[in-house]
Structures are given as C-alpha cells and as structure tokens.
Design a protein around this ligand. Sequence first.
Ligand code: ATP
Ligand code: MG
Ligand code: MG
Length: 553
Amino acid sequence: KEKTPLNFLERIIEDDLASGRVPNNTIVTRFPPEPNGYLHIGHIKSICINFGLAEKYQGRCHLRFDDTNPEKEDMEYINSIKRDIKWLGYDWGEYEYHASDYYQQLYEIALELIKQGKAYVDSLTAEQMKEYRGTLKEPGKNSPDRERSIEENLRLFHEMHEGKHPEGKYILRAKIDMSSPNLNLRDPALYRIKFASHPRTGDTWCIYPMYDFTHPISDAIEGVTHSICTLEFEDHRPAYDWATSIDGIEHTPHQYEFARLNINYFVMSKRKLLNLVKLGIVDGWDDPRMPTISGIRRRGYSPESMKDFISRVGVAKVEGVVDFSLLEFCVREDLNKRAQRLMVVLDPLKLVIDNYPEDKVEYFEAVDNPEDPSSETHLIPFSRELYIEREDFMEDPPKKYHRLYPGNEIRLKYAYYVTAHSVVKDDEGTIVEVHCTYDPESRGGSTPDGRKVKGTSHWVSASEGVTIEARLYDKLFLTEYPGKETGNYLDDLNPDSLQIISNAKAEPYIRQAREGDYLQFIRNGYFCVDSKASSEDHLVFNRTVTLKDSWAK
Ligand code: ATP
Ligand code: MG
Ligand code: MG
C-alpha cells in the first residue's frame, strides 16, 4: 500500500510522539482566530492543518478566540467563525476557549514579572518607542523609565488597571534586551491602556494584554503542545519562548510555522475584506464573490472540495501563490460527482413546434446525475412551445455551426428531433420566435432510419417551466495581485463581477432545490440556491463555477 509522504509538521509530531516528549502522548493543537472579521479561504488551511493533525494523531484541537483587541471584535464574528468551522466538518467539542478568559491570570503574571524586576511601566510615546527600538542594523537604547523602581512600577500598573491614566500614557514592557538582534525581544510591550468595551468582558478591563504575551501563555494554560502559525510569526518565536519560560508556567508549548495560503486575484486580509463590506462594494461578508468561507458557501462550493484543494496545495515552509484555477478545478471535480442535473435556459428564445398538438404535455425521464450510479430520475414536461438558448439558433450561421438554423435538424435533449423553418422578428429585427417541426418517430432521441444529427440543445417548456433569477459571477479583481501597481487594491476591482439574469427559464423540478443542494444547469455551469435572496415566489440561483475553465489563457 502506497503511503503519502509526511509533511514537515507530521514528521515533527511523529518524532515527538515516538520520543515520549508529548505529555500523556496526546498532541494538542489550536486554531486561534481573532474575532474581528469572517474567516477566509486562507483560514481553511490553518483549520485543516490544526484540526487535521489532531484527528490524525488522536489528539485534540482547541478553538481559541484570540480576543485581545476589544474595539474590533464582535459576537457576530464569533458566531460566524463557529458556523464556518462546523461547515468544514470539524468539531472542537468542549474545547472552546477565549484569550479573554485568561485576563486575570495574565494580569497576575504581569504583576509577578514587575515584582521580579522583569517588567516596567514606560511613559515613552509611540514615536519615541519606535525610535528607541532601533533597527535590524542598529541596537536599540534603553528607555529612561527602564530603571524605574519596582514599587513605582507596581503603583503605576495598578493605576493603569484602575483607569487612572489615559490611553497611550503608559505601557507595560518586558525587560529583556534592547540590543537583541531580534527586534521582538527589545523590551516588547505586554499591556496597553484601552478604554474599550470588550464583547465578553465588557468594561471590566481598561488594560489589555498584547498578542506576544497573551498567545504563548494561553497555549501554555491550555496544554497546547504544537502551536502552529504562519511564517510571519517566525521571528516572534523567541518572544514566544520567552513568555512560556516565565517562572511558574509549567507546561511548555512549541511554535511551528508554515507558509500561508495566497491565491491570485483575491485579497485575503480581514481588514481589506471588511473594507469591501463597509464600502458596499459587495453584499456583505457572505457575498458569493468574497473569498470568505461564508461567501464560498453561499456561492455553492462544497466543504469537501475545499479540503481537497488544501490537501493539493500541501503544507510547507515556502511562500507561494496558488492559481485561482486550482480552486475552481477542485470545485468542479467534486460537484461533477454530486450535482443534480437540470435543464435551465439562461437566455431564452421561444421555439414553437408547429406540428405538435396545442394543449398536449408529455414527460421525459431524465437521470438526476449520470455520474452517480445510484442516481434517481425525474420527469421533465415537454410542450408545443419551448425555450432554447438564444445562442443555439442562428438565422445565418457560419460553417461548422451544428445547432439550429433554418433547414437544419437537431436533437432536443431527452425528447425529439426538430427542424427549423422560419422566424418571427420584432420591430427592431430581433428574432423573438423560431418555428420548427418535429419528427414524432424520434421520441427519446433516435429515429428508426438511424439518421444522425450533430447538435443537441437543452430546452424548457414555456407553459410548464419556471422563471428564475440567475446570478453569474466573475472575479472580483481584474489583476492577479490586486493593488500591486497602484498601491490600492480598490483600483483593480472588476466592475462587471456580477451579472444578474432575471428571466431565466427552468424545468419545474427546480422547485425541489433547497439551500445547500448542488446543482448543474446543463451546459451552463454549477449552481446553487442563493440562501439570502431566494424565496418560494422568487427563486434565485448563484453560479458556483462554469463547467470549463474559462480563464485558461
Ligand atoms: P488576516 O491577516 O487575514 O486578517 P489573521 O492572521 O490576522 O488574518 P487570525 O484570525 O489571527 O487572522 O488567524 C487565525 C489563524 O489563521 C492564525 O493562526 C493565522 O496564522 C491563520 N491564517 C490566517 N491567514 C492565513 C492564510 N492566508 N493561510 C494560512 N493560515 C492563515
Ligand atoms: Mg491575527
Ligand atoms: Mg491580521
């Protein structure tokens, strides 16, 4: 049996397990979103890695809300994050945590650091801090407050805690080393003053701990063994190790970094995505053009296709950009296997069969999904007046056009052969009706004389069909790296990323479609019910992806 090679994280974990370094032989990972926005496709990678490793090695994965920036955080985000992780099929069970649960413990640790002379209250302004910090080439210099007495530090920190000082006046810093080659070790900030209401702790606190202090200690408190994050945290690792070696912290987690997921034609930063929402450029975080998990869900992507995508991208330590077409490829692969096929005409042109009885309706049986051996069938009504795609008829066709034109015979899928004869035009000369005759002997798609036709068109009965709205999406940005040229990603927005078709015609079986169903409109792409806009009397469908890669250059 062939085994897929282990990725570098799996190798580390297997070594750690084999050497008995892991407490209780149980690995513990965590997925630590900050609830300041909705999750995006990049987060799927982190979710799959953290929950996937826990699953594979029978450990556990914590869901930890990294909620230390009160003014940007919101319960709405917390709830959306939970919904998105569940949609991907992962479950944190009882292991839901919030960094804010540790505020008291963190505060006590900070007090202890001050008492040991390892932290001090600094009154430098933000600009001064930056200047004193130095650069990669130049060592920093000590703040004049670095030598403040322990008593004075304790008094000031208490006052900060009690809300006696305005924001920005003081900051609590670790006393590490202002000449460290690692900038993150040059007396990093531990606490800042912030008079902001927190979604969970309300107004209890007006000082909040910094990420580099909170994150490692949260990991330690929870018994996380492998704290896996993206590469930009690599040079925070020494600060991570400093924090987890503070006296009294018993468990020592370790940080490992992997390359974040980047996809061309997308922006994947919550700040930028929030901006698109705020500016009204998209219809909320779950707009089907958004690379958010709620956006792709509403667009009709399946969780399985996203997991497949992430596993094809792989886990490594080298940054790169993944082509958008791989994402769509994975979606097509999965939907092809599961989508219910339907006949829907997006650009309807009336087709009248002159020799078919006026009031007759007959039914043809169609397989729900020919790719699925266990697939069932459903019935499609056929009548004298139908709709076909406007592009499936030409009055004056070029060579090699095998669809309908005067004198040409084609097959109507599942039904009969028809031959076009004449057209009716409106005042502007636009064709509004095509007249044809059918061959009753061709029922089911072949004739006793065995003659062949080259074209097959899908169709919808005009009297029995249903009018629906179809929303077709194109990429939200026109350039591979939005904003690369001008510095502003909004300059690269695609003005035509949404096309709304309000009078598409669908076979009546479409009424059975429910939110979350995967559909294929034959020849027109994969679609799904729009969870927000669709209702009983106004059916709205989103195109998930076209049938073929239309982006191929
Ligand atoms: P953004 O910069 O997009 O706002 P973030 O990193 O600030 O994202 P967090 O909520 O802090 O968002 O992320 C939670 C976890 O997801 C972190 O461990 C982070 O490293 C990881 N993550 C975020 N973006 C990506 C990405 N593009 N690829 C892989 N992992 C990611
Ligand atoms: Mg973050
Ligand atoms: Mg960020």
